[in-house]
Design a protein around this ligand. Structure first.
Ligand SMILES: [Zn+2]
Length: 294
């Protein structure tokens, strides 16, 4: 069984000069594609499940399914609540057996983000789970030209130093020019800002909205201290394109259609694992656990 907390994997990644991929999924075929890719490339990885699952009727069942798939994997896999919307969502996720949670208080005033994150760190650490938080705000690619391209909402290095010191958080998502979804125009990363943040913050940094960046941008970000990169849009696009192509073939069946989701996810996951330098980095300790504390 290799469900592990992401924290030690992120520290190993930073020391080793690579990044652990975090892939989101909304269904079982996507999850299977992610795990197949991690196993094929012998890479550690993270599966992200969006916070909305904490309110959906099928949420508990879906989490149990993905958790069992992670446990059965032969490489270290972490299960992380993505963009946890509240203390309640994070605690529910911990109770459902997530290995780690991300809490996103990035739209709150700094003091309130600190206060909320601190509470969640206490709850998560009590059960051996790690916490990622976000400072600065990673917005949507649709309006990239009105914020990311202008440097709006970026992480303030001094605030990051204070945030990490006061909350005790394990990883920090930063806003340095990425966005969720498809970009309007070309994404540009503020690498000088990343260097300033890294000089003040010792914990692994996280990049959300990785879909659409070039291989050199990923490399620069990793050299700048990023140890976890979130990807979803590229997985969704390839799965959709494959579904449409398969549907256009006369003899498509339900099963041949569903297989496209798995294959699309697997192909894009392998491509990103390779770009992040994570291939071959899955190492299990002698007791079969990979890096989980306890
Ligand atoms: Zn995100």
């Amino acid at each position: 069984m290799s469900l592990v907390s992401m924290i030690r994997e992120l520290e190993k990644a930073r020391a080793g000069g690579y990044a652990v991929p975090c892939f989101d999924t909304f269904d079982m075929m996507g999850a299977a594609g992610i795990i197949s890719a991690l196993e094929a490339r012998r890479a550690p990885g993270i599966i992200g499940l969006y916070t909305r699952w904490m309110e959906q009727t099928e949420g508990r069942a879906f989490v149990q399914l993905v958790r069992a798939m992670a446990e059965d994997a032969t490489v270290p896999v972490s299960l992380v609540l993505d963009h946890g919307a509240s203390f309640e969502h994070c605690v529910k996720a911990l109770a459902l057996g997530f290995s780690d949670v991300m809490y996103d208080g990035s739209k709150l005033p700094l003091d309130e983000n600190i206060a909320q994150t601190k509470l969640i760190v206490r709850a998560a650490h009590a059960v051996g789970a790690g916490v990622e938080a976000e400072l600065g705000h990673v917005g949507s690619g649709h309006d990239y030209q009105s914020f990311g391209a202008l440097g709006k909402g970026f992480t303030d290095p001094a605030a990051a130093e204070r945030f990490v010191a006061e909350t005790g958080v394990d990883a920090l998502a930063v806003a340095i020019g990425t966005a969720h979804g498809q970009y309007q125009g070309e994404p540009r990363l503020a690498l000088d800002l990343l260097a300033e943040i890294r000089a003040r913050v010792a914990i692994p940094l996280v990049l959300h909205g990785g879909s659409g960046l070039a291989a050199t941008q990923f490399r620069n970000a990793i050299e700048g201290g990023v140890a976890k990169i979130n990807i979803f849009t590229e997985l969704a696009i390839e799965a959709r394109d494959r579904l449409l192509a398969e549907a256009g073939r006369g003899e498509a069946t339900l099963l041949s259609l569903l297989a496209q989701v798995r294959e699309g996810f697997q192909h894009q996951c392998e491509r990103h694992i390779d770009m992040f330098g994570a291939a071959g980095k899955a190492t299990l300790d002698h007791d079969g656990q990979s890096g989980a504390e306890g």
